[in-house]
Design a binder for this molecule. Sequence first.
Ligand SMILES: *Cc1c(COP(=O)(O)O)cnc(C)c1O
Length: 489
Amino acid sequence: MYESTRGNLSGQIASQAIALGMVPSGGLFVPSNFPALNWQDLQGLNYRDVAKRVMIPYLPDFSEETLSEIVNVYADGTFDGPNPAPLVPVGSFGVLELWHGPTAAFKDMALQVLPDLLNVSLKQLEYDTEVLILVATSGDTGKAALEGFKNRAGMHIVVFYPEGGVSPVQERQMTTTEGANTHVVAVKGNFDQCQTAVKHIFASETLKAELQEKQLIFSSANSINWGRLLPQIVYYFWAYLQAVEQGKVAPGGSMNVVVPTGNFGNLLAAYYAKRMGLPIGRIISASNQNNVLADFFATGVYQSKRAFYQTISPSMDILISSNFERFLYEMSGRDAEGIQTWYDSSNQGTFTVDPDTLKQCQDTVYAGWANEEETLEIISRSYKTYQYVFDPHTAVAMKVYEDYLSTTNDQTYTVIASTASPFKFATNVLKGLEEQKSAKDEWEALNRLSQLTGWKIPLGLQGLESKTAKSVDTCEPEEIAELLQKMFT
Ligand SMILES: *Cc1c(COP(=O)(O)O)cnc(C)c1O
């Protein structure tokens, strides 16, 4: 069963949590308990079957057969090889490459199964409506969601991205998506403004009623949706199984993970895996210059009212980290009243937690951040040392891992979650690698990066410059509701 982080709803089945996306009166769905799963029982299974075993206890209202079909996407050629999430040994640590899906970012790991999870959920609930998926994106979710939902019967998707706030490759990936049911909108504002505007839409009773007349209901493909988080738990089990198989971790020994963090979904999935019994030691949170989380872990004060920086790791340019609420729910001993108070809209994203909750947070997570210069420097140095190229997001993680090592000298085997292919951010990666020489444009940068490293350009990023782009609507954050009315009512 699922309950709300704010104590305003409980006893909901998985289908309901997935169909609704978030709790209509505010709050996020969380599982009421974490089923135990022994990693040893998963040894020898392929990714698809591990996915099934991890997900099934959370989806009692799904038949085993249905779930088998859903997770088949990990084995049917959608990902670029037989292992959708290889653990690559680099130096004395491991890199969990989560970007082998169709859009070359880790969002594919979940967004390739979310449409099916949602579809089945709606059937289960006997909704005879169509769904309108709204997505706010800092770059990668947009394309991964468009790719997952395109051409799906009964589903429409609108993606909102900050105008000028995503990389040229990310923008081009989104605007060249096929499918009559896919729409892309550039919002004049930053990601937080996009995300906040979309959250308001979800809460708008007027718009909801108008759409209902057209047999349409809203849902979300952002990581506030439980159906996004659940498939992400899987790859931490998968990482552990590989680390044991590679002889890096003794069976039952503990493994640390480093997660480049934005909306906190990826990190939360690691924490949930730990709660299920996976021997995860320290979870290390890495932020870019938008270091609101690193500050929180140091002080217990969440202060989202601060300067917003556009960085070379745009998918982490986030000050209002949505899933952090779920994490605080656990860290506070499920204190729904506390969450209610902290997240009260009158606080405008600024609050201070109690000392016990802060202590829990600090015991569970080590948090750090890297600035732009450090990020570029580590891309260059890692390539020289290991002949391994990090994308800027993963490079942030690598830098924070180095800081962690020098602070703690913790020798536990550590896995860095690599969230994007370096080709998605080729210009900035080249800047890191070659320093002065810059490519004429992003497309030349892709080729040059490929020549330099001998790595292949991911299939989904090839030929992007010559594809036909669809027209993009542009609007102010306040105009989103109006735009949706025009499009759908
Ligand atoms: C989305 C994203 C992140 C942040 O992940 P969260 O789950 O939002 O914390 C980090 N890196 C890349 C490349 C991403 O696309």
